[in-house]
Design a protein around this ligand. Structure first.
Ligand code: PRP
Ligand code: URA
Length: 209
């Protein structure tokens, strides 16, 4: 699919090995998710424009480049908090919106329970972070909320593992939004988990088994 960018940098693939391993501890998992956010920040921003400015080195004036526009990260609670921490290491001035959504375990339908966003989303870029796209329901619910606040032209999605079912659902409703993911896995199982996947991203980050 043209909107899906698979970020298969060896650094990220090696972190995915750690995340997928069921023997990885909560501490290791949490730290690795943060690192994945850092690595993904390079991929999602590759086409961000730079502006030419001048600085004076100890020797002379020279032309340098800067990225000076607002970036808003939208974290889908709660599993995106680790990725968001990683993303902010390269976007230290980013504003961070939070949208609380969980999946009803029986119906797999998203339940929205919280939303706190910066007041003006129209300037700069929006990066929506969620490590897992399973049915795609949570992400679509988050995009629906954001769409009531601004256009989605400068929005992109950062995730770690997506299921084909979720990618299809998101792409059907929002075909022009770029999705950056480390992997597209085989399928969803009967409980709505991505397989092979990594299990429940929130529980594994926060030890809530
Ligand atoms: C997880 C994950 C996604 C969602 C993906 O959240 O972080 O937001 O599932 O599933 P979907 O594509 O089928 O909607 P979860 O419901 O486990 O909530 P949590 O992050 O608070 O644990
Ligand atoms: N949410 C997760 O955290 N993991 C899955 O496999 C599916 C949804």
């Amino acid at each position: 699919m043209k909107n899906v960018n698979i970020v298969d940098h060896p650094f990220l693939l090696d972190r995915l090995r750690i995340l997928r391993d069921k023997n990885t501890t909560t501490t290791q998992f949490r730290n690795t998710v943060i690192e994945c956010g850092e690595i993904l920040s390079f991929a999602i921003s590759q086409d961000f424009p730079t502006k030419s400015v001048t600085v004076e080195t100890p020797l002379e004036f020279t032309k340098v480049f800067t990225m000076n526009y607002p970036v808003t990260i939208v974290a889908i609670l709660r599993a995106a908090l680790g990725m968001t921490e990683g993303l902010t290491r390269y976007f230290p001035d980013a504003r961070i919106g939070h949208i609380g959504i969980y999946r009803n375990e029986e119906t797999l339908k998203p339940v929205n329970y919280y939303c706190k966003m910066p007041s003006d989303l129209s300037a700069g870029y929006i990066v929506v972070a969620d490590p897992m796209i399973a049915t795609g329901g949570s992400l679509i619910a988050a995009l629906d909320v954001i769409a009531t606040m601004t256009t989605l032209d400068s929005l992109r999605i950062a995730t770690l593992i997506a299921a084909p079912e979720g990618i299809n659902a998101v792409s059907e409703k929002y075909p022009n939004i770029p999705i950056y993911t480390a992997a597209v896995d085989r399928e969803l199982n009967e409980l709505g988990y991505i397989v092979p996947g990594l299990g429940d991203a929130g529980d594994r980050q926060y030890g809530t088994f």
